[in-house]
Write a protein that binds this ligand. Structure first.
Ligand code: KG4
Ligand code: ZN
Length: 336
């Protein structure tokens, strides 16, 4: 089954063609990241305006790269929630229009479900992930821990109580004078640094939940810079220590979950923060089969993950297909 996936929930305009939830025929992403690097963050109105300009050429390019046209596509999938409302509307209106004109089924996909399906992209049918899976989904907008028993069923074990993990990287980078998005900038600065050089508190130490709280780490960094301004002269050490503090907190909660759910067969990392090498190394040492998306472009927001999620979703829940959905900035993901 060949699905055209469209994703416009934040500052990216993305479209992809994916066969059977795994084989990526094309994956096109137009990002206004460089513009927002200048402003230090995304300006919603600006993002939506850029997406209006980009959406048609991006979809056309995704079809062209895949060597297909709309008559070769079996369904259209689109992110319908959550995200920036104006941005989501650009994608959902484009998808509705295409599906209506070409008489194709339309499959609305929750953005987080897209990330959860991203480790299947580029895998063959034999190397398939095995459920139950513990998935850490960490991006600039959310940080959630899911225990999944199938593509469409599972339980939310924990989530952030304040900032998202990616937001902690972004805000930390801003304090350090590094560019947006902060994750890659901090990781690059940290590459030659000593992660033990500066100490940061472990948030929620002693709390046995699977929740996170990142705002204290940001405050700790702020006070460190105020009390010890010369620390900035040791940017690699500072970046490595801050990066490690975020990763330690993420992994601490994974350990809590694994203690309680010993039947978990795999641990997955998805979302923009799953591109982080230090986090990958730390999670790989937990003693479970570990996976993350097979390409960096599948970690951050993309259309392929939406097409992939739609494929597995319609297999398990045929009633998920249909145009009667709401476009929502805040709808939480609910699995069966
Ligand atoms: O999933 P994503 O593209 O968009 C959202 O849904 O938010 O994630 C973007 C986030 C940003 O906060 C960015 O700083 C973070 O992912 N990120 C990283 C890395 N690459 C991107 N964080 C840590 N290390 C990275 N290498
Ligand atoms: Zn995302």
């Amino acid at each position: 089954m060949r699905i055209l996936g469209i994703e416009t929930s934040c500052d990216e305009t993305a479209a992809a063609v994916v066969d059977d939830g795994r084989i990526v025929r094309s994956n096109v992403i137009a990002s206004s990241r460089d513009e927002f690097a200048r402003t230090g963050g995304v300006i919603p109105e600006e993002a939506a305006r850029r997406q209006l300009e980009c959406i048609q050429p991006v979809i056309a390019r995704a079809l062209e790269d895949a060597g297909t046209a709309m008559d070769g596509v079996d369904a259209v999938a689109v992110t319908h929630a959550p995200g920036l409302l104006g941005s989501l509307l650009v994608g959902t209106i484009a998808a509705r229009t295409l599906a209506w004109i070409h008489r194709k089924p339309l499959i609305p996909v929750h953005h987080t479900l897209g990330h959860l399906s991203s480790p299947w992209l580029g895998t063959g049918a034999d190397g398939e992930p095995a459920f139950p899976i513990l998935t850490l989904s960490a991006s600039g907008g959310h940080t959630e821990l899911w225990l999944r028993t199938s593509h469409a069923s599972g339980t939310l074990l924990g989530q952030t109580r304040d900032d998202a993990a990616g937001e902690a990287f972004d805000k930390g980078a801003s304090l350090l004078g590094l560019p947006y998005p902060g994750g890659p900038a901090i990781a690059a600065a940290a590459a030659v640094g000593n992660p033990d050089a500066f100490s940061f508190p472990l948030p929620l130490a002693g709390d046995d939940s699977c929740d996170w709280s990142f705002s204290g780490l940001k405050t700790a960094l702020k006070y460190l810079l105020r009390d010890e301004p010369s620390a900035c002269e040791r940017m690699p050490d500072l970046a490595a220590s801050f990066e490690r503090a975020i990763c330690l907190h993420l992994v601490d909660r994974l350990e809590n979950a694994l203690q309680r759910h010993g039947d978990v067969r795999e641990v997955h990392l998805v979302g923009g923060v799953s591109a982080n090498e230090r986090l990958r190394d730390m999670v790989a040492s937990l003693g479970k089969t570990t996976r993350w998306p097979s390409a960096r472009a599948y970690c951050t927001d993309n259309g392929a993950m939406i097409a992939g999620a739609a494929y597995f979703l319609q297999q398990e829940v045929p009633s998920a297909i249909g145009a009667a959905f709401v476009t929502s900035a805040s709808l939480p993901l609910s699995l069966r």
